[in-house]
Design a protein around this ligand. Structure first.
Ligand SMILES: *Cc1c(COP(=O)(O)O)cnc(C)c1O
Length: 301
């Protein structure tokens, strides 16, 4: 699982004397998006060794973790069940590109109400699920646990210790925690949350073994899966300049944030920045449907 690293050339970067590189984790697998494969690797090994052939996880209708698990199940020989937030989806899921794809990769669904979904981490609920579904390996929403963090530690290697900053988009923070653990003490690790979450720092601290990291909290665009016309324009411009597609939920917000911080002089002259392209491109189709309904500019694909 070696991803290539490309340099991004742009006049803004030249003007501020910074060097920006992007690691194409989005290319490590044709279906299983970048960091999701890293997060699953040791979990699948564990499930296989425990003799569990049925993987179960939680997600919303556009969850890339859900879709990654469906594809991983098909590729590595597990059956999969997705516990999906929103019982109204029982009639609508075929129109949802993420769920339709997950289903064609063999995933079964169980749709639950938002109220039930809130119990997704409660031991009593998890026990009742196991009683209902039989022996299975349960993964939390977003797939973050210590085995997932261990897999994400492999995104960085010692040869990356020459970068001054490493930037990564943040959902649950599992990927960022892996990067933090694999970083050198001299590096600054910057997370770009894709959502507003009061618990994020606490969640990252559960897994992070180093402290030289911070969150850039100004680039979530109002919340998870929220976008603005300026963000869509940025994603399209970035693609035109570099040929590299970004997704609107995670990597687009991170790259927007990096460019904004560069323009504000928040990276010192001569800095070498590594941005992790964690993937997520499967989310573009669903976002474009929503943008089209609202008569807004679409993401170029
Ligand atoms: C899921 C996802 C993330 C967030 O990963 P966490 O480990 O939950 O923080 C970031 N980028 C992309 C593209 C993702 O799909």
């Amino acid at each position: 699982m070696e991803a290539i690293t490309q340099e991004i050339r742009h006049s803004l970067l030249d003007n501020h004397g910074v060097f920006l590189f992007i690691r194409r984790e989005d290319q490590v697998h044709p279906h299983i998006s970048g960091n999701k494969l890293r997060k699953l690797k040791y979990n699948l090994e564990y499930a296989r060794e425990a003799g569990l052939r049925h993987l179960v996880t939680f997600g919303g209708a556009y969850s890339s973790h859900l879709l990654a698990l469906a594809h991983a199940g098909r590729e590595f020989g597990f059956t999969t069940t997705g516990i999906v937030r929103g019982d109204e989806l029982i009639h609508l899921w075929r129109d949802n590109p993420t769920l339709a794809q997950a289903h064609s990769a063999g995933m079964q669904f169980k749709f639950i109400t938002r109220e039930q979904y809130r119990q997704r981490a409660m031991p009593s609920y998890l026990h009742s699920l196991e009683a209902e579904l039989g022996p299975c390996y349960l993964l939390p929403e977003g797939g973050t646990n210590s085995l997932a963090v261990k897999g994400c530690e492999e995104i960085l290697s010692p040869s990356d210790h020459g970068f001054d900053s490493v930037c990564c988009s943040v959902g649950t923070g599992g990927t960022l925690a892996g990067i933090i653990n694999a970083s050198a003490d001299s590096q600054r690790i910057l997370g770009f949350p894709a959502l507003k979450s009061p618990d994020l720092i606490k969640d990252i601290c559960k897994f992070a073994r180093k402290t030289q990291w911070e969150l850039a909290n100004d680039y979530h665009f109002g919340g998870y899966a929220r976008v603005s016309p300026a963000l869509i324009q940025f994603i399209n411009d970035f693609r035109e300049f570099t040929g590299i597609p970004l997704d609107p939920v995670y990597t687009g917000k991170m790259m927007f944030g990096i460019f904004d911080m560069v323009s504000k002089g928040l990276f010192t002259k001569g800095s070498r920045i590594l941005a992790i392209h964690t993937g997520g491109l499967q989310g573009v189709a669903g976002m474009n449907r929503r943008l089209k309904k609202r008569n807004l500019q679409l993401i170029t694909i």
